[in-house]
Design a protein around this ligand. Structure first.
Ligand SMILES: C[S@@+](CC[C@H](N)C(=O)[O-])C[C@H]1O[C@@H](n2cnc3c(N)ncnc32)[C@H](O)[C@@H]1O
Length: 338
């Protein structure tokens, strides 16, 4: 009798590969949701003054004891809390970023992803084939959640950018799609005397106007940067976390509009999750490509500086270099060709 080679190696006696990377990645959505909920419930804040047992943690946060223990247990499993002698304590990362005791507060970022991005990803499986459904415009409350979340996640990059020589040497900075002004405010705080203009869509511009009211030299203009000319008179032009929302044709329009508005010899700074040419590194950028795709109605994604270079040259910008800022964010530097 003849034996046939079996197509399944495990049945042929070889060890099957470990499914752990699949299981770990698939449970990632549960990990994220536990984290969003724990942060919203004030778990980390409740432990800011020191360790607590489960019943006192429940009492302080106002969550039922059983669910307080469930959330705290999940946070221990993820390394964000430690459990010692029946008392929970914040890990170093949770104490610094999630307990509300330092300026580096990442809770607004978690609220943004937990309240808004989560919903935006709901139909991601279908959107990969047929494109994302158009998103309804954000209401006033969600606009604030979005803006505060982006501000929290990009705070490190905003401060790192303010320390760059191009900002130190700038006279007037144009912040294109500047959100609520975190990059502009950080730049002016680091370099008193620097003036700046922030251009944004009307709903976000209204928030920026309020936030920048006390920042000397900062002005806000409401407009669509793809539809209206940009204001002139700036020697450094910044677009932070914008190009990942645009497709190639929109990027070409943007780069041409920025070049048209630029002073002779001006510098262009594009802050984003610049990737390697395969779009797989940094890992966070490869994942966030989905976020940008969904939020932008299918236009956005992550880019490598290599694919950007011809678009820059075509618009009259000479690419200089890409410099790391903070975490996965870096800045592409270019200068205006006269
Ligand atoms: C991810 S946020 C980045 C905000 C800010 N630059 C930062 O890095 O914190 C992208 C911003 O681009 C703005 N935006 C998108 N399309 C725009 C357009 N066509 N004109 C003006 N602003 C736009 C959005 O309103 C949003 O505030």
């Amino acid at each position: 009798m003849q034996t046939q080679a079996h197509p399944n190696p495990s049945q042929a006696g070889a060890m099957p590969p470990d499914p752990a990377p699949i299981m770990q990645t698939a449970t990632g959505f549960m990990a994220a949701k536990h984290l969003f909920a724990s942060s919203e419930a004030g778990l980390f804040e409740a432990l800011a003054d020191g360790p607590l047992p489960a019943d006192q943690l429940a009492e302080k946060t106002g969550i039922p004891p059983a669910t307080a223990e469930m959330s705290a247990g999940a946070m221990v499993a993820l390394g964000l809390l430690e459990l010692d002698g029946g008392r929970y304590r914040n890990s170093d990362a949770a104490a610094h970023f999630l307990a509300g005791r330092t300026p580096a507060d990442l809770r607004p970022f978690l609220r943004f992803w937990g309240r808004l991005s989560w919903r935006v990803w709901t139909d991601f499986e279908d959107a990969l084939c047929s494109g994302p459904a158009p998103l309804p415009p954000l209401g006033a409350e969600d606009t604030l959640i979005f803006a505060d979340g982006v501000e929290a996640i990009t705070a490190g990059a905003a401060h790192a950018l303010a320390a760059q020589p191009e900002i130190a040497g700038a006279r007037r900075l144009l912040d294109v799609a500047g959100g609520t002004g975190s990059f502009l405010a950080a730049a002016i705080a680091a370099h008193p005397g620097l003036e700046g203009t922030l251009v944004e869509l009307p709903a976000v511009a209204a928030v920026a106007q309020e936030k920048l009211a006390g920042v000397p030299g900062a002005t806000v203009q409401a407009s669509d940067v793809l539809q209206s000319p940009l204001p002139h008179g700036h020697d450094v032009l910044l677009a932070a976390n914008l190009v990942h929302l645009f497709a190639e044709n929109q990027i070409r329009v943007l780069l041409a509009a920025m070049r048209e508005a630029a002073e002779p010899g001006a510098t262009l700074l594009i802050v984003d999750f610049w990737t390697d040419p395969t779009h797989t590194e940094p890992a966070m950028a490869a994942l966030m490509a989905g976020e940008f795709y969904m939020y932008s109605g299918g236009d956005g994604r992550v880019y490598s500086d290599a694919e950007f270079r011809p678009w820059l040259s075509e618009a009259g910008w000479k690419p200089v270099e890409v410099r790391e800022l903070a975490g996965p964010q870096s800045v592409l530097v270019a200068t205006a060709v006269d």
